[in-house]
Design a protein around this ligand. Sequence first.
Ligand code: IPE
Ligand code: IPE
Ligand code: MG
Length: 267
Amino acid sequence: MNDKNNKIDLLDMTRLPEHVAIIMDGNGRWARRRAMMRSEGHAEGVNSVNRITRLSSDLGIKYLTLYAFSTENWKRPQTEVDALMHLIGWTIRKETPDLVKNNVKIHLLGEIDRLPESVRADLEAGRHATAGCTGLNLMICLSYSSRWELTNAARKIAEKVKNSELAPSQITEETIASELSTSGIPDPDLLIRTGGEHRISNFLLWQCAYSELYFTPVLWPDFDNEAFIDALIDFQNRERRFGMTSDQVSVGDKTEPTDIDSTLAQI
Ligand code: IPE
Ligand code: IPE
Ligand code: MG
């Protein structure tokens, strides 16, 4: 507890990321190392979800996006998929009262229609119950993949062009961003992947164009408050340049350029 408090003291509360995205990986290996079933690793991973959601909310982080089940994860053995689906429904039912109490709003990203009906109903109930919450925005990615999302966006834009609602020359980066499931949400400042792999696995490919990436060998069920604070401290030691030079970004007190003319004038 003391350690945790000491670590929190190292955080600059004025420079926290606005949006943290997490690839929660390593549940299976956590279980295997204990001769447990993979599904038990997933169940243990839920404790990490609750812990990190709570800490993000307490710190005042505005957006937390969690990769809970990918499009590719449907290819896993049916027993594991079933166990995961059951766990997702059970967790959302159990946690919704606490989420409401902590003012956390649930958003769902992904092809939710592919989930079993009872799980969809649990998720909808959770979303409905937290719709008025104004604190942390908790984005849960289920049956999500970035290529699915980008393909969908391309289809929607093509429809608009076909219906003469949009000319091809009017398609901008904003047009594409507005057709993604993250429309209206700022891009992640920090992307964390637990479990030791150094890959993105089809997650937020568009949105993470300028995110800071943080990879840790810690398996998701072991990812505790201290491990999360370590990631935030690491983030605060990065220099985000957005294509500019170090001198340019250190002149202002903002990390992202908003007025390129005044920045250039200072070179
Ligand atoms: C992440 O843990 C959870 C999901 C993908 C649903 P894994 O189940 O991928 O765990 P490992 O990578 O096999 O250890
Ligand atoms: C990524 O983990 C997906 C989620 C955490 C939901 P995976 O374990 O599915 O990723 P790969 O297959 O190792 O790339
Ligand atoms: Mg994995």
